[in-house]
Design a protein around this ligand. Structure first.
Ligand code: ZN
Ligand code: ZN
Length: 142
């Protein structure tokens, strides 16, 4: 599979029982449908930073290219950008056909942090909705 942002070949790296497809050129990550849910419930918090420690960083991370945003699996399908988090603003590109998602560098770790923050709040729905409205305002002001 090719990176939807820079066109480099993606490398499958194991994280628990999931093969995470990572671009070793721009450092983004492709997750197939359902994988993000598994990773968010795995209790892991620093997947990307651990992968970097294990497999190294790209020597000079490529800036993602806008315009080259095709689903690596469906190829002729474009990607759409959306916020996919609750507590921290994380914007991801997703495929409306296979439901895979693309995360730029360190967005996966931010998404895991988002899950931990969500767990901290627990069942305090009042606090949850207060934080959610702040996040919405942050997203709108971008
Ligand atoms: Zn790339
Ligand atoms: Zn797709």
């Amino acid at each position: 599979m090719k990176c939807p942002k820079c066109g480099a070949e993606l490398t499958a790296l194991p994280v628990q029982d999931i093969a995470v497809d990572k671009c070793q050129s721009c450092d983004g990550i492709w997750l197939e449908y359902g994988e993000i849910k598994k990773l968010r419930s795995s209790g892991l918090a620093r997947i990307e930073r651990e992968l970097e420690e294990e497999h190294g960083n790209p020597p000079t991370p490529q800036a993602p290219l806008d315009g080259y945003q095709r689903c690596p699996q469906c190829v002729d399908q474009g990607l759409r950008s959306n916020y996919i988090s609750y507590m921290l603003p994380v914007r991801a590109d997703h495929c409306v056909s296979c439901f895979g998602i693309w995360l730029d560098r360190l967005e996966l770790d931010k998404l895991l942090e988002d899950k931990q923050l969500l767990d901290t709040v627990g069942n305090d729905n009042e606090l949850k909705s207060a934080i959610a409205s702040v996040v919405v305002r942050m997203q709108q002001s971008e």
